[in-house]
Ligand binder design. Structure first.
Ligand code: R1P
Length: 289
């Protein structure tokens, strides 16, 4: 069946609508960053860059690091952007853009996010690295899809009971990372835990400036959740959407987090740029090992 022009939108040069990319522009190993300025911070370490483009917050550069072809893409902020980025990247490799038909042969992408995040636990300090073994989706974007095969009802039910999660909010979903990528990226230099992904920076992450929260104790309840030794270690805004859509579409994904803040203690890194730079180099080297 042909996918209609209104559903799969291409630009006049044949590139996909938001990312501005054609299939030949991307590698199958991809690094996601949030901030578009972070793309150059990654590619400055490359041997060579073959292609760069940008539309809105989506900047892509493809090149070689120590002989491995990699694309670096900025996703901007939030799960709504991840819906665009992953669906469009998947279309580039798994849909024939000329015939508008799904290809018979599936191509799996390997997606590693290098992000910044706030720790929720006293013992996961500022300036550390954390690999997301799972992600807890509390933003709801994934509920637009059929998620039965990727969710983990037992732990989700335990989380709902522990937090007395309001039924008016999106039902939480726990999604696993790619064990293949985790094996490459994990070391004694990284903490590991469940990363919660919120759909906003302030209220949805329990921050209060002038607006009271639906549940003023939500962060304390999230911090104290423990399921067979699995804790929710940090909060950010993309990982569950990346894990969920990657699993549904047959791609591999793993998130690496630079812990900039410790929300349990109230501290913030004295040198966030240096920490992100260290995580970039660590991740690049692990990907080519
Ligand atoms: C919020 O300031 C942004 O920073 C974090 C959050 O997930 C959100 O995107 O990640 P990035 O630094 O990767 O953008």
């Amino acid at each position: 069946m042909n996918i209609q022009n209104s559903e799969l939108i291409l630009n006049p040069d044949g590139s996909i609508y938001h990312l501005n990319l054609r299939p030949e522009h991307i590698a199958t190993d991809i690094i996601f960053v949030g901030d578009q300025d972070r793309v150059d911070k990654v590619t400055q370490h490359f041997d060579s860059i073959e292609f760069t483009t940008q539309k809105r917050e989506f900047k892509t550069s493809t090149g070689y690091y120590k002989g491995k072809r990699l694309s670096v893409i900025s996703t901007g902020i939030g799960p709504d952007n991840i819906d665009i980025v992953i669906n469009e990247l998947d279309a580039l490799v798994n849909i024939d853009l000329e015939t508008r038909q799904v290809k018979e042969k599936h191509t799996a992408l390997h997606i590693t996010r290098i992000g910044t995040s706030g720790s929720l636990q006293h013992d996961i300090p500022v300036d550390s690295f954390l690999l997301s073994s799972h992600s807890l989706d509390i933003n709801g974007m994934l509920h637009a899809y059929q998620i039965e095969d990727i969710s983990n009802p037992e732990i989700e039910e335990a989380f709902v009971a522990h937090t007395q999660w309001s039924s008016k909010k999106a039902y939480p979903i726990i999604i696993e990372n790619s064990k293949e990528l985790e094996t490459k990226l994990f070391s004694e230099q990284t903490y590991k835990g469940i990363t919660a992904t919120a759909g906003g920076f302030y209220g949805p992450q329990g921050r209060v400036l002038r607006l009271p929260l639906q549940d003023p104790n939500i962060n304390k309840k999230i911090d104290s959740f423990n399921y067979n030794g699995n804790r929710i270690t940090n909060l950010e805004m993309e990982t569950s959407a990346i894990y969920g859509l990657s699993k549904l579409l047959g791609h591999h994904a793993c998130s690496m987090n630079a812990i900039l803040a410790n929300r349990a203690i109230g501290t913030f890194s004295a040198n966030p740029k240096q920490l992100v730079e260290k995580l970039i180099i660590y991740t690049l080297d692990k990907l080519v090992e």
